[in-house]
Ligand binder design. Structure first.
Ligand code: SF4
Length: 322
């Protein structure tokens, strides 16, 4: 039986699971992750990260177990690799879509996010929650690796308001190591952008994997060509999962270099993540007049000078949903 939830299109035989380790064929039927979460939390949008989507507001965030990738540096591997790695011991709890939406409303969340693990492998569950969220005027967002099948893209596009997609590197070889394909991810990014959804991108900068000038420049130039106002988050990595014998963390100067390359490519908004001090580029600056519009410290907003989506100094339109 072919599973069409992500671009692996696994052909799963009776009693077996697909590459994600979470979708299984039993008695001729595909069993899918549904009706459970392993994590449920009220997070600031900044934590997704989404910096231009309702800044300072909170989003009820849910995640399940499993992933269709196998990144050796995964920072969430205890939940993402369940079903594939027996040392990954994340657990799920039963919950209904209605309970999730009720929680969002009770806590005055400003939206619901599918995040923590890879939502594309539980597309039916995400679609039902997002449908109910929209029926209750809650915006929806997806935090994903972008390895979507055509079918899941068609299903989730109309139900999703914002995405943060990981653009993990810019070579097919790199994506092969992670268990995916670059072109599929680029197509997914383009599909959300072309559909008018709010898009931000994240690259975890991993030493010796994707931190060369050429690779970072290629990512920045791809984004600039698609839309130079798409925010790009370049985040610091720390050793995790199967990478403890490798580099321990991203040197701050590589993140600063990524920011320079992004600016050279013409990107208007580039942010660093998981790092403080001189390497922290956290503020939103007006690309027209240079005024500091949103001043951040970590996930906290210290000041927001955007008024009705415009720079309060020069009236330039600031892309996003404010
Ligand atoms: S979600 Fe993707 S990885 Fe999982 S079974 Fe379906 S096609 Fe395979």
């Amino acid at each position: 039986m072919i599973c069409k939830s992500c671009a692996h299109y696994c052909n799963i035989s009776e009693g077996h699971t697909g590459i994600c380790g979470r979708r299984r064929v039993v008695n001729g039927k595909l069993q899918v992750p549904y009706g459970a979460v392993c994590s449920l939390a009220l997070d600031p949008y900044e934590k997704k990260p989404l910096y231009h989507f309702h800044p300072g507001k909170f989003v009820l965030s849910f995640g399940n177990l499993g992933c269709n990738f196998k990144c050796a540096f995964c920072q969430n591997w205890e939940i993402s690799q369940v079903g594939k790695d027996e040392t990954a011991d994340g657990k799920e709890q039963a919950v209904t879509a209605q309970q999730i939406v009720n929680l969002a409303l009770a806590h005055r969340a400003n939206g619901i996010a599918a995040t923590y693990n890879e939502p594309l492998i539980s597309s039916e569950w995400v679609a039902d929650i997002f449908t109910l969220a929209h029926a209750n005027d809650q915006p929806t967002c997806l935090v994903s690796n972008g390895f979507a099948s055509k079918e899941t893209l068609e299903k989730l596009l109309p139900l999703t308001d914002a995405v943060n997609i990981d653009l993990k590197c810019f070579t097919e070889d790199g994506y092969k190591w992670l268990g995916g394909r670059l072109q599929v991810v680029l197509d997914t990014i383009k599909a959300f952008h072309d559909a008018g959804k709010w898009v931000e991108l994240t690259t975890l900068v991993v030493p010796k994997f994707n931190d060369s000038d050429d690779e970072l420049r290629n990512i920045a130039e791809f984004i600039a060509k698609l839309d130079p106002t798409i925010p790009w988050h370049v985040s610091a990595y720390h050793a995790d999962y199967k990478m403890f014998n490798g580099p321990q963390r991203t040197p701050p100067e590589r993140l600063i270099r990524a920011v320079e390359l992004a600016q050279d490519a013409g990107l208007s908004f580039v942010y660093t993540g998981n790092i403080g001090g001189a390497a922290a580029y956290e503020d939103t600056i007006c690309p027209k007049c240079g005024c500091k519009l949103i001043i951040r410290k970590g996930f906290q907003i210290l000041e927001n000078r955007i008024e009705k989506g415009r720079c309060s100094n020069c009236n330039a339109l600031i892309p996003g949903r404010f």
